[in-house]
Design a protein. Structure first.
Length: 443
């Protein structure tokens, strides 16, 4: 160990123990309107952001402009070509203007995106320059950064524009970016997994259906799945990592390309969007350890207990805010039963997801350490994709990222329209917190 590293470890490791004890003994003491524990533990539940597009309620789940996911699946316009799941163009419209769209509104958004969807050649060249072993999320983030050359906000700001015009150019960038993301995502998929053989977009298809088409999946149920997937993953209020990162970087007046690329680097973390990849990897490992096939409830329960005993988490279970089954999980569960598990047909992987849902919560609850033993969105999404042959689970977070653009970029337009300033919260040292605790004790 080099001397600097050794010196750091001598300081940091004892302090980590001290901070843990400090939270345990004084975590409920308040620093203004919030507690010491909240300051140390990720600012959980501290209201410090304004997000117009959605709100996450611990008991009700996510609401988009006041509408629940079941309501949106019912009320948002569907494809005229036999569609039964909402078109993502509709939820973007809802988040941006706060009104339920008509089919005409949604068609206008779809046509608008189609006109903007041409991706410059240098973006593909940039992706092609990366080693094929590069993780898809890295490719995706780099592809977004390569498109930054097209930023109309950056060009306008360089020339000099009024603050009142910021939202206008931000809107143009966000619309262009959303329009082009499916092409970039599908290009990465075909390059990495399908021998670099690419499929051009179909102008007759909607935004989500085109993703399935360009990836090489023509089954109508895959189009249905993509429409639902892109809708339910679109936003999750402002405090999650990808949404907050877009807001934070954008607050410095970094253009939407820079802001969204930063948010995708956050989404790529295993505690955020990469969790859907972790869920499938865990299930596949469990099946392998148990000899394949459909494991019993007892076998799954024992494996969950062993996972916990090994100091690991059960991926896809628990949530920082929710205290019930994630409505996005329930929507996917309904999709499985409505379109796949019919006429006696079942999917082994999806059936395992159902059994885990039955077995895991009581086990997690009995540990006494977990406030929310219920599944989140990641617990089911990968199994549905696997059913339709999209087996490359390290690509799943890219699909998540395409969807998340709808919410975070709608919010970014609002940030500029409302003139939100650069984000700059205050901070405090551990020594400062100890002094405040001592002062409280004197009082």
């Amino acid at each position: 160990m080099d001397t600097l590293k050794e010196k750091f470890s001598e300081k940091a490791l004892p302090m980590a123990v001290e901070v843990k004890n400090l939270i345990k003994e004084h975590g409920d003491k308040k620093l203004g309107e919030y507690t010491i524990a909240q300051v140390y533990q990720g600012m959980k539940s501290i209201t410090g952001l304004v997000t117009e597009t959605s709100k996450l309620d611990p008991e009700e789940g996510i609401r988009f402009r006041g509408y629940t996911i079941p309501e949106l699946r019912e009320k948002l316009p569907k494809s005229v070509n036999g569609g039964t799941e909402p078109l993502p163009e509709g939820i973007f419209y809802l988040m941006l203007v706060g009104e339920l769209p008509t089919l005409e509104d949604v068609t206008n958004v779809a046509n608008n995106w189609a006109r903007r969807s041409i991706v410059p050649k240098h973006v593909f060249d940039t992706i092609d320059a990366l080693p094929l072993s590069t993780h898809p999320m890295t490719m995706f983030s780099i592809g977004i950064m390569a498109m930054q050359t097209e930023s109309v906000f950056a060009a306008a700001y360089k020339k000099g524009i009024s603050k009142k015009e910021y939202w206008d150019y931000t809107y143009e960038d966000c619309m262009n970016l959303i329009a082009r993301l499916p092409r970039v995502a599908a290009y990465i998929y075909r390059k990495k997994y399908k021998n670099d053989v690419h499929i051009e977009p179909d102008p007759k298809l909607d935004w989500a259906a085109n993703i399935a088409h360009m990836m090489g999946y023509e089954d109508f149920n895959v189009q249905r799945l993509m429409r639902m997937y892109m809708t339910i993953h679109a936003d999750h209020e402002g405090g999650n990592v990808s949404a907050h990162t877009t807001h934070l970087v954008g607050s410095a007046l970094s253009d939407p390309y820079l802001s969204f690329a930063a948010s995708m680097n956050g989404l790529a973390g295993p505690l955020h969007g990469l969790a859907n990849q972790e869920v499938i990897a865990w299930i596949m490992h469990m099946r392998e350890q148990l000899g394949g096939g459909l494991p019993t409830e007892q076998q799954i329960g024992d494996f969950i207990k062993k996972t916990l005993e090994d100091g690991k988490v059960v991926p896809g279970y628990g949530h920082a805010v929710l205290r019930k089954t994630d409505p996005r999980f329930s929507a996917q569960q309904d999709f499985y039963h409505r379109y796949i598990a019919i006429d006696g047909k079942k999917d082994d992987l999806c059936e395992i997801v159902q059994t885990i849902y039955k077995v895991a919560p009581p086990i997690l609850l009995n540990t006494g350490k977990i406030k929310n033993p219920w599944p989140n969105v990641d617990a089911h999404s990968g199994a549905l994709l696997m059913h339709f042959g999209i087996t490359e689970f390290d690509f799943y977070t890219v699909l998540f990222g395409v969807s998340r653009a709808l919410g975070v970029l709608a919010s970014l337009v609002w940030d500029r329209a409302l003139g939100h300033p650069i984000e700059r919260p205050g901070s405090i040292t551990t020594e400062g917190i100890k002094k405040k605790i001592a002062a409280m004790a004197v009082k």
